[in-house]
Design a protein around this ligand. Sequence first.
Ligand SMILES: [Zn+2]
Length: 272
Amino acid sequence: MPELPEVETIKRELAPHLKGEIIREVVIRRKEIVGFPKIQLFKQKVIGKRIKEVERRGKYLILRLSDGSRLIFHLKLSGRLFLIDGEESPKHERIRFLLNQRNLSFVEPRMFGRVFLVEGEVPRVLKGWQELGPEPLSRAFNQSFLREKLRGRKGKIKFLLLDQRIGCGIGNIYADESLFLARINPERTGGSLTQEEIARLVRAIKKVLRKAIRHKGTTLSDYFRPDGKEGGFQSLLRVKDREGEPCLVCGELIQKIRIGNRSTHLCPRCQR
Ligand SMILES: [Zn+2]
């Protein structure tokens, strides 16, 4: 699933191509891809609008339109946004926005992803949007925020980091990588973390996310950039997908366990 660094990369790479473009036509190939409103209204409200800005919030990609409305994309597990020249339609294309220069294609093999048109109030179908926590790379995501969120919590820290009210934009890959860098065992309860560990975790999260953005995200299977290329962070992963390989710090073998229903990778020696 694309996480914060992947969606941020998509945003940065789409922005120069989309900003200032006018949406001339919308081709909907599967109507379920539009989460809100109904497709007729969606088309009517989107066609003719200029794309003013390309933004990101958590794992959502946002196109801000000339009338102040927003097209919000949630890529979920396997959604991809491609810039397409010409008429050919990629496999699993669900919706296409025809622009002046190039076209924007939303490809989603598994059909969990959605696009929403939001004017003012965010509709209830966009579950969780209102409750998103602060952006991890903003100043608001700091030691006192995390301490407040983890205080007294009996849930495992790995699980809590995936909660978008706490780790906004963080998913399975960057939760594991951050906990490794902070030397914290993912099975610890949130409430058991010391002040120093919370400070380390905040620093680790910011460091891992920044580095992943610099390397244009992690391609393990489903994530591709708008030009179809892979990200570059997969070769820099220290625990994720390295089960049975030696820890790069201590040489102990990386383990894979399950927390909730999520696979979790850790070094049992480095992470206490
Ligand atoms: Zn280790």
